[in-house]
Design a protein around this ligand. Structure first.
Ligand code: 3VV
Ligand code: FAD
Length: 674
């Protein structure tokens, strides 16, 4: 039996869940949009972009060949880019169209089941022009790039090196005679590899290369390089460019390779905000911090925290709605089969996904604000806060992407067999998010960057020197006693900080021991890296927990009582979940007892039951239109089985009653005539 709601036929179980929800869903939507005004503006943008149906495909992307998929993605990218220049630019209140607007980014997802070939243009090419050019260079390149007269990407990674940027092999050698740089790929491993859009779409790119002038190497620098003719799109002489082939995801992003054969570009095409080469070849360092050329990567790491929070919100919406309509097994013989959402193990899989989406969304806003403050200081020539911010953005990028990928996969598990269907939407989400753990700095590598900072901060704390805000808790690491456990939210956050401090202390002690035993500093560090990664992870969890809790308290200060309660329940759930995941560490570094942990497990299970009636309300509050979810299992109306069948019938395999493979292979084999 179905029920009608807003002219929509809604599955009765979902309708019942919505009736049961005891808090104001819209109020929660406003909290995560940053206020009612933003919600209204977002909805307006979504209406304009999505109501026309331009985001829809006649045939599902999944049934197209790779070439058709790519061409279709370009088609829709062009429609969306034109919308952004026209209707959406004004609506989104942005001077230039949506480079970092999460709403624009979010709406764009309706157009692509995978990704747009323009992602790197907007995500890295334009931000690099904004961050690495002199004002004169910017005034030349930025308007052309924003207007999409040129399309670019960011080509840094090579076949041989991605992580170790200093090891890149592409050279840019200055020739003062002609005032040009000569770009060259001296080896196979020096070929650029991976840049999104490079394969077929872009005509320009940022190339990161080793700069040589007057016979001296000055390390890696960014250059803006034309690779295809602006009219015919044919690769220019001296350029070898192509697409790298099928991948686990990102199959509409035409990631490419690129090699140079003594290819010349004008001197002015070196991006000269942080360093310059004068006409005579003199090298001049402008920036006060050696790593400012890594700025675009830092920007994207910040953006990614928001990006994965959004994708996790999508996966949890799909899995929770599906779990409300799906009935399975009969634990009580006289009763109907329960909704799978009633199983406590299912709640354990799913509610942490909702809480994590909230935690990461709020951390991303906080991180963005911190980033803006660091940029403002750097404008005034002060780079003092950059090391702490690099450590913070590195670990948040690593943990948010890794947790989100893991939880999206958990959402798939929660959907049983149907979650494995492409049409459920979850496989595409997983394929996209699992890549975020690797690109823009691999998980381990970035956590080791944070660990470097933690060890330094620990040594400062040891010497009683002042500490920067995110590591100020290290000052308590020298009390000599284990942190006192208490199961209040603040008590648990203090315990997480004690874990991070304790793990850092163990690393420092072990490294010192190893060095006393004769190991070099580099080898002692290397031998401790498993623990250093764990220390950085613990630090990041403490930061996320603290930020999530503080932000929710602040943002719900004027909320209605039931919203306050449910938001408090979710933050508490997050804290209990991670405390229970880390019982061994808590026993090592705090005064927690076995009984405390047994009690905490029971409190956690009771909390799941309290959240249960509001689960569908909580995912409805993400306010994700069906066009954004791309899911047979997660649509608002819960018509899951109908949609699964409709999608199955669209399969080209169902177009003919008997497959050609029957007469070609099956029949001859079965008749013994093969
Ligand atoms: C339609 C709308 C669209 C809207 C668009 C928006 C949406 C966007 C969403 C999604 C788009 C994204 C799509 C992107 C796709 C992927 C793109 C790519 O993947 S591009 C390649 C990235 N490549 C990496 O990330 C390499 C990783 N490697 C590194 O970063 C470095 O090599 C590193 C950090 C591992 C080592 O660098 P060392 O070797 O130069 O430095 P050491 O020697 O380790 O350290 C020296 C000092 O420098 C500091 N340092 C290093 N990096 C720093 C930094 N970035 N800032 C400040 N300090 C830094 C260190 O902390 C250290 O400090 P002490 O000496 O301890 O004080
Ligand atoms: C979908 C996708 C899109 C991409 N888009 C772009 C793009 O547009 N432009 C671009 O320039 N690049 C792009 N990349 C490349 C990406 O940035 C790199 O793949 C990434 O930085 C990881 O580097 P790597 O591949 O060299 O891995 P490697 O560094 O070779 O890592 C392999 C393993 O070695 C480990 N490892 C490496 N170094 C250390 C160390 N010092 N200590 C301990 N462990 C270590 C890593 O943890 C990992 O487990 C993209 C990649 C993907 C997957």
């Amino acid at each position: 039996m179905t029920q009608t709601n807003n002219n929509m036929t809604v599955n009765p179980d979902l309708a019942m869940e919505r009736a049961k929800c005891n808090f104001n869903v819209l109020e929660v939507t406003h909290i995560f949009d940053g206020g009612e005004r933003n919600t209204l503006q977002r909805k307006k943008i979504e209406d304009v972009a999505l109501n026309s149906g331009a985001s829809k495909d006649a045939l599902g992307e999944e049934h197209m060949s790779p070439k058709e998929k790519y061409e279709n993605a370009v088609r829709k990218s062009c429609i969306y880019a034109t919308m952004m220049k026209n209707e959406l630019a004004e609506l989104s209140g942005l001077e230039s169209f949506g480079v970092s607007s999460p709403v624009i980014r979010r709406t764009a997802d309706a157009f692509f089941k995978e990704v747009s070939p323009f992602l790197l243009h907007l995500g890295m090419f334009v931000p690099t022009i904004m961050g690495q050019c002199t004002p004169e260079q910017q005034s030349y390149w930025l308007p052309r790039a924003l207007d999409m007269q040129i399309i670019g990407t960011y080509a840094q990674t090579e076949l041989g090196h991605g992580t170790f940027i200093r090891g890149l092999e592409t050279t840019a050698t200055y020739d003062p005679e002609t005032e040009e740089f000569v770009l060259h790929s001296p080896t196979l491993s020096s070929y650029k590899w991976w840049a999104g859009g490079l394969g077929k779409t872009v005509n320009y790119c940022i190339v990161v290369a080793q700069l040589y002038t007057k016979g001296e190497c000055h390390g890696t620098h960014p250059f803006i390089v034309q690779i295809r003719d602006e009219d015919t799109h044919v690769p220019l002489p001296g350029i070898k460019v192509g697409e790298i082939g099928p991948k686990m995801g990102f199959n509409t992003a035409d990631n490419g390779f690129l090699g140079f054969d003594h290819y010349r570009i004008p001197r002015e095409h070196m991006l000269m905000k942080n360093a310059q080469v004068l006409k005579d070849g003199t090298y001049v360092k402008v920036a006060r911090h050696g790593k400012l050329t890594y700025g675009t990567m830092v920007f994207v790491r910040v953006v990614l925290v928001n990006e994965v929070a959004f994708n996790l919100a999508k996966a949890s919406t799909i899995a929770v709605r599906y779990s409300a309509i799906r009935r399975q097994s009969k634990p009580k013989p006289d009763e109907v089969e329960p909704q799978i959402l009633d199983y406590v193990t299912q709640q354990h899989k799913l509610f942490i996904a909702i809480a994590t989406a909230h935690a990461l969304q709020l951390c991303s806003t906080w991180l963005w604000e911190s980033f803006s403050a660091v940029l403002a200081q750097m404008k005034g020539g002060n780079t003092d806060t950059l090391p702490e911010f690099h450590a913070l953005s590195s670990c948040l990028k690593a943990i948010s992407t890794s947790d989100s990928a893991h939880l999206i996969e958990q959402c798939r598990h929660a959907c049983g067999g149907h979650g494995y269907m492409i049409s459920s939407g979850i496989p595409n989400l997983y394929n996209f998010v699992s890549a975020t753990r690797t690109y823009e700095g691999d998980y381990t590598v970035l956590l080791l960057q944070t660990a470097r900072f933690l060890v330094k901060a620990y040594e400062q704390a040891e010497a009683k020197k002042p500490l920067t805000p995110t590591v100020s808790y290290l000052a308590h690491a020298f009390s000599g006693s284990r942190a006192t456990w208490d199961n209040s939210p603040d008590g648990i956050i203090r315990s997480f900080q004690a874990l991070a401090a304790g793990k850092t202390a163990v690393c420092v002690t072990n490294m010192r021991k190893r060095m006393r035993a004769g190991l070099s500093q580099v080898d002692a560090w290397e031998m401790s890296t498993i623990q250093l990664v764990a220390a950085a992870e613990a630090h990041c969890r403490a930061v996320i927990a603290d930020t999530y809790r503080k932000e929710i308290v602040r943002l719900t200060a004027n909320s209605s009582p039931n919203v306050k309660v449910v938001m408090d329940q979710l933050t508490t759930l997050y804290l209990y979940y991670w405390a229970l995941e880390r019982t061994g560490d808590l026993l090592m570094f705090t005064s927690v007892s076995q009984k405390d942990l047994v009690d905490l497990q029971i409190a956690y299970e009771e909390l799941l039951l309290k959240i249960r009636p509001n689960a569908v309300g909580l995912v409805d509050a993400f306010d994700l239109r069906d066009e954004l979810l791309h899911s047979t299992l997660g649509s608002y109306d819960g018509r899951v089985y109908e949609r699964l069948m409709e999608e199955a019938l669209k399969s080209p395999m169902n177009k003919e009653p008997v497959s050609d493979a029957y007469s070609k292979y099956l029949r001859p084999m079965m008749k013994g005539k093969l």
